[in-house]
Design a protein around this ligand. Sequence first.
Ligand SMILES: Cc1cc2nc3c(=O)[nH]c(=O)nc-3n(C[C@H](O)[C@H](O)[C@H](O)COP(=O)(O)OP(=O)(O)OC[C@H]3O[C@@H](n4cnc5c(N)ncnc54)[C@H](O)[C@@H]3O)c2cc1C
Length: 264
Amino acid sequence: MHAFKYHRAASLSEAATLAGKGEAKLLAGGQSLVQAMKLRLASPSDLVDLGTLKELQGIKSDGRTVTVGAMTRHAEVERSAEVKKAIPALAALAGMIGDRQVRAMGTCGGSIANSDPAADYPAAVLALNATITTNKGRYEADKFFTGLYETALKPGEIITSVSFQVPKRAAYMKFKNPASRFAIVGVFVADFGGSVRVAVTGAGPCVFRQADMEKALAAKFAPESAAGVKQKKEGLNTDLHASAEYRAHLVSVMAKRAVEAALK
Ligand SMILES: Cc1cc2nc3c(=O)[nH]c(=O)nc-3n(C[C@H](O)[C@H](O)[C@H](O)COP(=O)(O)OP(=O)(O)OC[C@H]3O[C@@H](n4cnc5c(N)ncnc54)[C@H](O)[C@@H]3O)c2cc1C
């Protein structure tokens, strides 16, 4: 690992100032960034720890939205009574991330900012039409994820919270890598009563919506509607875990299972 300077930010404005310097990087739970530094894929000059900023922590629910602070750990979302009541699928998704240690340290904001192609949270952000709030403004979910490990965030911009819309019913299903538990393919289906949003993670360079499945499910919210839509393999990932063709097949299978779960 390269040498770096460590800063514990005392306020959001101090974090923003420090993050704007040189090759500084924000540090949340370190569950992706520290691994990247160990592998020398990232070599920041400075690490700006967001861990002490109270305004980035916690969960609020008002019946229409559930707002999760950027520094809220996956384990808190998994166990939150408010999340379980308003969006049980979101609590379940948080509980499927990695192992206990990863869930104890990893954060909602870090996962979304990282835009790992196999991460779970981006599927919830897109399917639940979330709004991402930062120290500089707001982003709609549809405009946030822009590519492989890429988002619309500007250098040094800090996510402060993510507000998820409460659906009528929803579920997330993933076919996981048995070692890391990252999604080989994960599908989040959210029915808003009149409109349906389907987000796919793990399959492509970044999370995306499956428009044909959304139309089929809006016409009839049933497992066969999802299973009847075939995902094209073009543009999907091929790696040692699965071919693009297999991933395309898994999209319909996971979507069908998600609809079945949402209907229970
Ligand atoms: C063994 C293992 C298994 C895992 N399995 C899964 C899995 O099954 N599913 C899954 O989804 N994930 C999985 N993860 C990743 C995990 O969910 C992490 O929470 C996630 O990668 C982000 O880590 P973090 O919150 O610690 O952020 P960090 O690693 O600290 O930061 C990640 C990136 O986000 C930036 N960042 C952090 N916070 C902010 C912010 N508030 N605003 C702007 N930028 C910010 C950082 O600068 C950095 O570039 C796994 C990780 C490990 C190590």
